[in-house]
Ligand binder design. Structure first.
Ligand SMILES: [Zn+2]
Length: 575
């Protein structure tokens, strides 16, 4: 047991708004909260940062400020926490702090207006808005149902792009918000972003360019059961967890802690997202939260850094700097002036960020948009103004680094291939090209990289010195040669060399070879290549003269690689 646990005794502090008369009333209070909301919100102090790591696997830590920890727990999790005998303070839930007038200042008579988001829509209005975007812009917007929740609400996403129903081989960006149901700033800002992009197409150059070149996916509400826990008519009473009392952002397979790091089955919401991520090929993603103001990049579960830590730091600083330019002084300055490595802030297992990075090869970040989880509606437009430039820039960032299409040399058809950078990629940081377009995108920091493209049934190909620089796109299309046959069948003994023996002046009878990169090699009995030459493609049997008069007498092996088969003969030099 940790030091801080053994020397403590139970002290229960209650927030000033809570009536208190000892532990019995505390227990009654807790029972009442668990019965109505399924979760409690509380804070406590730790003596050592390592203690956060212990507690993080038992309760849902929300924020850490020095040695002060804010957390949520369901009944089972809170029982585990209580065993440590740590003093705590119960806090009023963020989802219950605002009046109906603050959440919807214009009341129920407001006309539905998707350009003014100074109100929180009802659940039915939200569903109507999402469907309406697709109906109004059928060539730019498609409505996807990612899945359904425990209580049967819809998890919805829109895909936004020019020719939205065609996979055009473009980078894919995913924005998703409010996996914690009471962190609703991103919910409204994402509705606003959808509206901005669609209504700006054709008039706003930034929106037009992004839609012409990018496939943008936006899910404003990842946990509708949590957000509308108080009923479909209002976000008042929103909770963090889903309807089963489980934190969805601790429910994912973890690269270090295994398939079920929280000890719970994958929730319907989790399963839906895993399937949706697998069905797409997201290049980059951001998952929006509230309760702090910071850009939290991977890993959360490992102290070691990602292969692309320099890129992450650059992108994080760009995000925060842009917010600082448009926001008020002091906004978005938590941790290192608005950015942090996840593990250095606090350890989390089962988070969606690490799942997406490790298992889906997607660069996903966790962004905390506002200290206040449930903002008064009249402040939402301010947060939109602070953030929308950085939302647009981050979408554009999917284009930088290098990208292209991988195809088959014979058929020219697109291929699903692995794109691996030697002496760089690790912990699943490699990217893949996908069907049906064969497109891949590799965001990366400035440098010169050796990149190997490989696919089952094909010869691998390495491209050396792929140079990348900030704000630029290095286009790199690659063709891979099919193996066509099994390896043993590809080696053919053949009579190519004549005359044989010779004094070193001889000719090769080469079979048909239409592949652009065919080669002849002569190898001595020690396995050393003593001659190597590229051969231009041609049809029909051809005779190619070779002069190896400078080689000593002896036995040699001749290999001709046509790209599909390797022809093999012996050469004897005798003088
Ligand atoms: Zn959160």
């Amino acid at each position: 047991m940790k030091k801080f646990l053994s020397s403590c005794f139970i002290i229960v502090f209650l927030a000033s708004s809570w009536a208190s008369s000892g532990q019995k009333s505390v227990q009654l209070t807790l029972d009442s909260i668990f019965n109505s909301r399924g979760e409690v919100y509380f804070k406590f102090f730790v003596r050592h940062r390592d203690d956060i790591r212990t507690l993080s696997s038992e309760i849902s830590i929300d924020r850490v400020k020095g040695d002060e920890v804010f957390a949520y727990a369901n009944r089972k999790e809170f029982d585990a926490f209580m065993k440590h005998q740590v003093a705590f303070t119960l806090l009023q839930a963020p989802g219950t702090l605002l009046s109906q007038a603050e959440l919807n200042p214009c009341g129920t008579n407001r006309p539905l207006n998707t350009s003014a988001w100074d109100f929180y829509p009802t659940y039915d209005q939200y569903v109507g808005f999402m469907a309406g975007f697709a109906t109004a812009h059928p060539n730019l917007c498609r409505l996807d149902t990612v899945g359904t929740t425990v209580q049967g609400r819809l998890i919805l996403a829109v895909k936004i792009s020019k020719n939205v129903n065609t996979d055009e081989g473009e980078p894919q960006l995913l924005y998703t918000s409010s996996i914690h149901g009471d962190e609703t700033t991103g919910y409204i800002l994402m509705l606003h972003l959808i509206d901005y992009l669609l209504s700006g197409y054709g008039t706003d150059p930034v929106a037009t360019n992004l839609l012409n070149t990018t496939e943008i996916f936006i899910n404003p509400l990842a946990n509708p059961d949590g957000t509308y826990h108080g009923g479909n008519g209002s976000v008042s009473g929103a909770i963090r967890y889903n309807a089963n009392g489980i934190d969805l952002n601790r429910n994912y397979p973890d690269p270090q802690a295994g398939q079920h790091p929280d000890g719970n089955a994958w929730q319907p919401e989790t399963q839906a997202w895993m399937a949706y991520a697998s069905a797409n090929r997201f290049t980059m993603s951001a998952n929006f939260h509230g309760g702090s103001e910071v850009f939290n990049y991977p890993w959360d579960t490992w102290s070691k850094l990602t292969a692309d830590d320099d890129w992450w730091q650059f992108v994080a600083r760009e995000w925060a700097d842009t917010v600082h330019k448009y926001g008020p002084a002091g906004y978005f300055t938590d941790q290192n002036n608005g950015i942090t490595n996840g593990y250095q802030w606090y350890y989390v297992t089962g988070g969606r960020q690490d799942y997406m990075n490790y298992f889906q090869h997607c660069r996903e970040v966790t962004v905390e948009l506002s200290y206040t989880k449930l903002l008064p509606a009249n402040q939402l437009v301010n947060y939109w103004n602070y953030n929308y430039h950085t939302f647009l820039n981050y979408i554009n960032e999917t284009h930088f680094g290098f990208n292209g299409v991988v195809t088959d040399t014979v058929t020219d058809l697109p291929l699903a291939a692995k794109v691996y950078i030697t002496l760089h990629d690790m912990d699943n940081s490699e990217m893949y090209s996908h069907q049906p377009s064969g497109f891949y995108a590799r965001p990366i920091y400035d440098g010169s990289y050796n990149v190997t493209f490989s696919a089952a049934g094909y010869f691998s190909k390495t491209v050396s010195s792929v140079n990348t620089a900030k704000y630029t796109t290095h286009h790199l299309d690659v063709q891979l040669k099919p193996l066509t046959y099994g390896l043993q069948d590809r080696v053919v003994n053949s009579v190519m060399v004549f005359p044989n023996p010779s004094d070193g002046h001889f000719s090769l009878n080469l079979p048909d070879h239409v592949n652009p990169s065919c080669s002849v090699q002569v190898i001595n009995t020690f396995g050393k290549i003593v001659y190597s030459s590229e051969v231009a493609p041609g049809t029909g049997t051809r005779t190619v003269p070779v002069n190896l008069a400078g080689l000593p007498e002896g036995l040699y092996f001749v290999e001709f690689n046509s790209g599909y088969q390797i022809y093999f003969d012996k050469l004897i030099i005798r003088r």
